[in-house]
Ligand binder design. Structure first.
Ligand code: GRF
Length: 182
C-alpha cells in the first residue's frame, strides 16, 4: 500500500509517519512549509504548489490528483493539511483519504480544535482519525482516543499531550489499515 502525506506547515506528524512507514512523497500547499525541510532531511520526495498559482481550486486539485495517480498512491494521509478537500480531489480519491484531528470529533471540529476545547473548559478532549468526506471534519471515524486535561495544565502542556497522542495514534491506524512498516 503506497501512501502520501499532505501537510501545510510544521509536519511533526509527517515526521513520525515517515520514520516508521515508507512514504512515497509529501505534498505541501505552502512552498515555504517546514515539512519540506523535514522531507529533505529524511530523503523523501516532496512537491509543493499553492492554490493561488492556479486558476481555481479544481485546477489546483487536478494537479494533486495527477501526482497521486502518477505515483499510484493507495492512501492519502492528511496531517495538518489546512485546506478543505474539494470535489476534484474527493471524487477521484474518496475512501482513500484520511485525516487526523486534534479533538474528539464530533466535538470541536475546525482549524482550532485544541484551543476551542481548552477555552470551553472541558476536562478531556482527544484525537481522532477519520475518513475524509466533503464536510469539515465530518467523515466516518476510524479511531479516536481521549486525552485528559489535567488540573495543572497550561494550554501548552495540554497541547503537547494532544500532539504526543497523535504521534501514537497515526501509526496505529496505519497498521490497522494494512500499511506495511519500513
Ligand atoms: C496536528 O495537531 C493535526 O492534528 C492538525 O494539525 C496539526 C499538524 O501538526 N490537523 P504537524 O504539522 O503535524 O506538526
Amino acid at each position: 500500500m503506497k501512501i502520501a502525506v499532505f501537510a501545510s506547515g510544521n509536519g511533526s506528524n509527517f515526521q513520525v509517519i515517515a520514520e516508521q512507514f515508507p512514504v512515497s512523497f509529501v505534498f505541501s500547499d505552502h512552498r515555504d512549509a517546514y515539512v519540506l525541510e523535514r522531507a529533505q532531511n529524511l530523503a523523501i520526495p516532496s512537491f509543493a504548489f499553492e492554490l493561488k498559482e492556479f486558476e481555481n481550486k479544481a485546477a489546483y486539485e487536478q494537479a494533486i490528483v495527477d501526482l497521486l495517480d502518477k505515483h499510484e498512491i493507495d492512501l492519502v494521509c492528511l496531517a495538518g493539511y489546512m485546506k478543505i478537500v474539494g470535489e476534484t480531489l474527493l471524487s477521484a480519491y474518496e475512501g482513500r483519504i484520511i485525516n487526523i484531528h486534534p479533538a474528539y470529533l464530533p466535538e470541536f471540529p475546525g482549524a482550532h480544535g485544541i484551543e476551542d476545547a481548552w477555552e470551553a473548559g472541558v476536562d478531556q478532549s482527544g484525537v481522532t482519525i477519520h475518513w475524509v468526506d466533503s464536510g469539515v471534519d465530518t467523515g466516518q471515524v476510524i479511531q479516536q482516543v481521549r486525552v485528559p486535561r489535567l488540573a495543572d495544565d497550561s494550554l501548552e502542556s495540554f497541547e503537547t499531550r494532544i500532539h504526543e497522542t497523535e504521534y501514537q495514534l497515526y501509526p496505529m491506524v496505519l497498521d490497522d489499515l494494512g500499511v506495511v512498516r519500513k
